[in-house]
Design a protein around this ligand. Structure first.
Ligand SMILES: Cc1cc2nc3c(=O)[nH]c(=O)nc-3n(C[C@H](O)[C@H](O)[C@H](O)COP(=O)(O)OP(=O)(O)OC[C@H]3O[C@@H](n4cnc5c(N)ncnc54)[C@H](O)[C@@H]3O)c2cc1C
Ligand code: FES
Length: 273
């Protein structure tokens, strides 16, 4: 088990927290696209979070999480100096990094933090990086400067038009697909967003990779909780993913499975269990 101490905690947007964790063995091996699983305390459930940044020399990883239920609320209550009960990682296959050419990288909501290390590696590999960041409104647009540092072009969209373009990420996506010869699209964010991105890019025949977030329990490929159907075959998100071909994902099944424990999650939240 890896010790993991909270070095920094900051609310960077309403209900969205950045946490810097000291966990040298995980930091030493971390690569873009990977995640870890933590338990806040001995009685707590295990939840997966993406490694949004890492510093191998300092032995630190950064995660950015949104408070959506019981465990993320408990995590947000931790203070600098506290230790997590357990942290296992890095898990999952790293994102494939290569010189693809003209790439469009799309991050929705808190998914932007997961996109950041992938964008950085895409840029370092010599790709043209056209980044689209979407959020509900301007206060939820996180890490704009960090994205700018590695984006040849950065387009912001907000649902309410409070910053950037009014609308959703698929609007500028359609425009760039009309104008440019795009070689690869990478999307991470809400499943519904990734589904719509994949539907649009399919029309243009542009390869699309999505980072899925199915419900996970053990994250070792043993329990089957994170089952996803891709190209008619069953895969486990935790060991075969989280990245998959967006055109091959069975989105209806994924969305249905993500809603599977809604009632239990609501009870846990209410009971503080
Ligand atoms: C590979 C991966 C990477 C992720 N990275 C991030 C991240 O960087 N930042 C972030 O904010 N969130 C991330 N998530 C989602 C995060 O794991 C869930 O928000 C968290 O588990 C919710 O736990 P909870 O007890 O607070 O809420 P709950 O009340 O348990 O659930 C609230 C919502 O989270 C979903 N969820 C619950 N348990 C899990 C689980 N074990 N795995 C996946 N989803 C679950 C539920 O479907 C529900 O929609 C990631 C998920 C996966 C699979
Ligand atoms: S979470 Fe159990 S097999 Fe993936």
């Amino acid at each position: 088990m890896n010790p993991a101490k909270v070095l920094q905690k900051e609310e960077i947007a309403p209900g969205i927290f950045l946490m810097n964790l000291e966990t040298p063995r995980v930091a030493a091996k971390a690569q873009a696209g990977q995640f870890f699983v933590l338990r806040v305390d001995d009685k707590g459930e295990r939840i997966p979070l993406t490694i949004a940044d890492f510093n191998r020399k300092e032995g630190q990883i950064v995660t950015v999480f949104q408070v959506v239920g019981r465990t993320t609320a408990k995590l947000a209550d931790l203070k600098v100096g506290d230790e997590l009960a357990t942290l296992v990682g890095p898990l999952g296959k790293p994102t494939e990094i290569s010189q693809f050419g003209f790439t469009v990288l799309i991050g929705g909501g808190v998914g932007v933090a997961a996109l950041y290390p992938i964008l950085r590696e895409f840029k370092k590999a010599g790709n043209f990086t056209y980044t689209i960041q979407g959020a509900r409104s301007k206060e939820f647009l996180i890490w704009e400067e960090k994205l700018l540092a590695y984006s040849d072009k950065l387009i912001l969209t907000t649902d309410d038009g409070s910053k950037g373009r009014k609308g959703v990420v698929t609007d500028p996506l359609k425009e760039v697909l009309e104008k440019e010869k795009v070689d690869l699209v990478f999307a991470v964010g809400p499943s519904m967003m990734m589904k719509f991105v994949s539907e649009i890019t399919r029309e243009y025949g542009v390869k699309t990779v999505v980072s899925l977030n199915p419900i996970m329990v053990d994250a070792t490929g043993m329990c089957g909780a994170c089952r996803v159907e891709v190209g008619g075959k069953t895969y486990f998100g935790c060991v075969d993913g989280p990245d998959f071909d967006g055109h091959q994902v069975n989105w209806e099944l994924l969305l249905a499975r993500q809603r599977m424990y809604c009632d239990e999650e609501e009870i846990a939240r209410k009971n503080n269990a």
